[in-house]
Design a protein around this ligand. Sequence first.
Ligand SMILES: [Zn+2]
Length: 485
Amino acid sequence: MKKFTLASAIILLAACSGTSPEMQVVRGAAEAMGGAARIQSIKSLSVEGEGLASNLGQNRMPDDELPTWKVTGFKRSMDFENGRMRVRQTRTVQFLFAGASEQRLDQGIDGDVAYNIAESGMASRAGDAVTKDRRLEMLHHPVAVLRAAMDPKAKIENLRKDENGERVDVTTANGDLVTLAVDSGTRLPLRVTSMTYNANLGDAAIETTFSDYETVNGLKVPTHFVTKIDKYPQFDFRANRTVIDSNSGDLAAPADAKGSIPLPAAVTVTAEEVGKGIWWLAGSGNHRSILFEFDDHLVLFEAPLNELRTKAVIDTARTLCPEKPLTHVIVSHHHFDHSGGLRVAVAEGLTVITQRANVEFFKELVARKHSIVQDALARTPKPLKIEAVDEEMTLKDRAMEVRLYHLRDNPREGTNLFAYVPRDRMLVQADLYDSTWLRHPWGDNLPFNLTLHKLQVEKDVPVHGAIQTYQDVLKTIASKKTSAN
Ligand SMILES: [Zn+2]
């Protein structure tokens, strides 16, 4: 990036003053914060503070509030001259959780290299989509977006006005597009909006609203940042310290993250026959599906994770009994890691069976726009065929009987369907129990539900974890009900 000089400031001022109404909005915001030249001269900035981060796609019901992580030790350091940012934080669960209750995240970007540093200290390079998202994330601060907007190579277009203020689109020198909104009264930046792609939500706006400005070294900076993705809260952050142009440490990508972008891990699907006409489709990862063979058709339990996983599972299912069509998929619940394959399942022509409380949400997921990445359903649109289960449903013919039950009174699962095969006394479930969990805070809910329906379970064939006898399941739950990680 070009070094700032007085000459370039004068050129910039000359270029700005006589120009478009769009540029006047940008300049007005810069003046309100402390002056265009002042903002242009800033080389680095960091914010530190605390907040609440939402756990997207993990609420009890599709319209419930999202569970949250308390974020402490948050520090976002930006080096504008070199296009570098690093974000460090500690997240502590504020909801019932079976994994590690505290997680440390350390993520950064250095030019075109986005990287993550694991708690072990191991650095790894992230892919192109993450790189783009982080470059955009860097613009979600008034100083960063105004600096980028005043770059002579940036384009400022499309002025709109409403009762709260004015908005312009900024295309940065890098070609990244954000919308900047400026308050009509104070002229201070109100919010920045950019687009991202989310496998479940498709095209989604990420919007950060700035408020509670205070003055640091003669510059007005916000101390309250509220970020949403689409309609969902993502991060509510309060800065208790903003540092301008002090040495914020080395933000260069670690050497071991500078290699080529690693290829995504291969998706593999194994098929293990766990009962006559019942296959456990495992392989890579910890999201499995179960295939049931009926007299003249096949039914899949779970379309998990994403298009890649679910398409591989569907393809495998079709090779196991090629003479019978795969017609239905039971989607156990709406959590994003369990409904991530919904759209490809619809594109493959499957009828979705799910608990009634998921129906409207699934209709919305199927109808959403996926243009940033064209997924299978965007490429080959199909209508959603859906069958809702209220409390129970039995799928039965002369070859197979599968009973479906709505999970009752679970603290984190409001829309969950589990399956029971009476012939084999087999339980098929997602998120009721996982043999790999650190603890089982809702472990009692599983025997409660089985007792409710007088089900005699001998074997658990799960979406997550290992196949176990029900005796072993109960033993594990009893030993790890509350044990800390
Ligand atoms: Zn799960």
